[in-house]
Design a protein around this ligand. Structure first.
Ligand SMILES: Nc1ncnc2c1ncn2[C@@H]1O[C@H](COP(=O)(O)OP(=O)(O)OP(=O)(O)O)[C@@H](O)[C@H]1O
Ligand SMILES: [Mg+2]
Length: 234
């Protein structure tokens, strides 16, 4: 479904990614782990088209999308839930969802998608008329994920959803990812909460200093000696 081929990218003279290659098949859950500053967010930005790579290609469902704008990639089914809870504080939960439904497909299917989202995150249903700025951190994060889902993505990229949240809330959000996966949505999860994400995904890539240094099944990475020492605190 997604192929990143030999991508190098950065910010003018600061080169951040070096020949990054990865593949995600339809229906998979893939983790992207690595330390602060490794280039995880940069890679997601390249995939959605917020950053143009110096070289390499992004292929989505067999089509080279490297040079098409973000909005068109969204229409084709790629959506990013960015780092931090991006919600609009002075709009209600419902209005936040409405405002995120920017494509024709999202607008046409809005009512059905909202029903699905309220089943997935019942707390958002309860808070439907509440201003997003008054939600708890975890609720805002759920709303941010829901705003991504309102676009009916085939591939959902989520950047550090767990950051700063209590373990219980993280588990709730990861449970929802499991359900999304069951609905056929392909997931790429960037995480520093390495144990959790390896438990919840099929495959994983470890990125360090802009290079993929390790990849394999999430189970393999979980028992890998280097991963255990450096990332799992074993
Ligand atoms: N807009 C930007 N302009 C210049 N440099 C940037 C920009 N965004 C990120 N960088 C730099 O690129 C490198 C990789 O950053 P990136 O945000 O991709 O890392 P990350 O793996 O997502 O880290 P974290 O886990 O802290 O989110 C870092 O050295 C960072 O300082
Ligand atoms: Mg990041």
């Amino acid at each position: 479904m997604l192929e990143v081929n030999d991508v190098s990218a950065g910010y003018s003279l600061l080169r951040v990614l070096w020949d990054v290659t990865l593949k995600v098949s339809s229906g998979e859950r893939v983790a992207l782990i690595g330390p602060n500053g490794a280039g995880k967010t940069t890679l997601l930005r390249v995939v959605v088209g917020l950053l143009q790579p110096y070289g390499g290609k992004v292929i989505f469902n067999g089509e080279d999308v490297t040079n098409i704008p973000t909005f068109d990639r969204v229409r084709k089914g790629i959506t990013l839930v960015p780092e931090g809870s991006r919600v609009i504080p002075r709009l209600t939960v419902y209005e936040n969802l409405r405002a995120a439904a920017t494509t024709k497909e999202a607008k046409d299917k809005f009512t059905d998608t909202v029903d699905m989202l309220f089943t997935l995150f019942p707390i958002l249903k309860e808070r439907k008329e509440q201003l997003a700025g008054t939600l708890s951190g975890g609720e805002q994060r759920m709303l941010a994920v829901a705003r991504g889902l309102i676009l009916r993505p085939k591939l959902l990229l989520v950047d550090e959803v767990s950051l700063g949240l209590a373990p219980k809330v993280v588990t709730q959000i990861y449970d929802s990812f499991k359900e999304l996966s069951g609905m056929g949505i392909t997931l790429v999860l960037v995480e520093q909460y390495v144990r959790k994400v390896l438990q919840s995904t099929d495959r994983a890539y470890l990125i360090e200093q802009g290079r993929i240094v390790l990849s394999g099944s999430s189970r393999e990475l979980m028992v890998n000696e280097y991963v255990r020492k450096a990332y799992l605190g074993d």
